[in-house]
Ligand binder design. Structure first.
Ligand SMILES: Nc1ncnc2c1ncn2[C@@H]1O[C@H](COP(=O)(O)OP(=O)(O)OP(=O)(O)O)[C@@H](O)[C@H]1O
Length: 257
């Protein structure tokens, strides 16, 4: 369970995220969408304890990430958009290290199962510094999933993955939630969001433009279902941005007129 309540983050005078609230219970894939600079990564960084909220609270499995960081961090797996891996370790060495940290049961068998799943078995004894971007991304995904965490937090999961791996990851995220875990992801891919997310929040410049299930967002924006896969979320997304721009224009006229 993820609980974000009244979360705001300021950098100097610039408000990156303002008064954001949402919950992600077990069983749900929740998508954080928005244009560049909308505040998605800032929200994720607060949730994983990398940036401190200016206001509000962020909780994972009931633990405040800033007050009880060790308990909160034991409860989630995190897949960053640019993963840092220890280049002088092999994939197997890194995964054994992670397995020990999280006391993973049957660790060797699990590590081999994951390496095989991502077709990395033959490279498992190579140094990570020799891995391609996509191979590193796969290892970062295995690191996050190896402990089978109750909460999974994912920043741009598909970047750098080939189409086969991207489909595997979509299915993994969905399966993780279907086994009762909470999954939060950010993505620029509207088809991915539409395919795997149960609920969505659309951010723009740190503010919420819309929030709900696809059906709720369709009803809110007056856009209809159907069309090419991913197309219907695209229409919702652009309608929300248009509404925001129209509102801004009205405010500007009000100020100057
Ligand atoms: N460390 C920082 N110092 C100052 N400003 C920052 C910092 N980190 C983020 N920001 C600002 O906060 C805003 C939100 O950035 P954030 O990285 O959360 O956006 P995003 O939605 O993840 O964007 P993108 O899709 O481009 O990755 C931006 O205006 C950015 O310039």
């Amino acid at each position: 369970m993820i609980e974000v309540s009244g979360f705001s983050k300021r950098y100097g005078r610039h408000e990156a995220v303002g008064n954001l609230s949402f919950q992600v219970p077990g069983g749900m894939v929740f998508g954080l969408l928005g244009s560049n600079g909308a505040g998605k990564t800032t929200t994720i960084r607060a949730l994983v304890g990398l940036t401190r909220p200016t206001a509000g609270t962020v909780r994972v499995q009931g633990f405040d990430v800033w007050r009880e960081p060790v308990k909160a961090k034991a409860a989630f797996g995190y897949i960053p958009d640019r993963p840092y891996l220890y280049g002088k370790l092999t994939a197997r060495e890194l995964l054994r290290f992670v397995a020990q940290l999280y006391s993973v049961q049957s660790a060797e068998a699990e590590i081999e199962r994951w390496l095989t799943f991502f077709r990395l078995g033959d490279f498992g004894n190579e140094l990570l510094e020799t891995y391609s971007h996509g191979m590193r991304q796969k290892v970062a995904i295995i690191c996050a999933l190896l402990p089978d965490p109750p909460v999974l937090i994912v920043d741009e999961p598909m970047v750098g993955l080939d189409p086969h791996a991207a489909r595997q990851v979509r299915e993994l995220l969905r399966n993780h939630a279907d086994r009762g875990r909470a999954v939060l992801l950010t993505t620029h891919s509207l088809p991915v969001a539409e395919a795997v997310c149960d609920r969505l929040v659309v951010l723009d410049r740190g503010r919420v433009l819309g929030q709900g299930t696809m059906d709720e967002l369709r009803a809110h924006t007056g856009t209809e279902a159907g069309g090419v896969h991913g197309d219907s979320l695209e229409r919702i997304f652009f309608r929300l941005l248009e509404e925001e721009q129209a509102e801004e224009a009205r405010r500007a006229v009000g100020v100057t007129g």
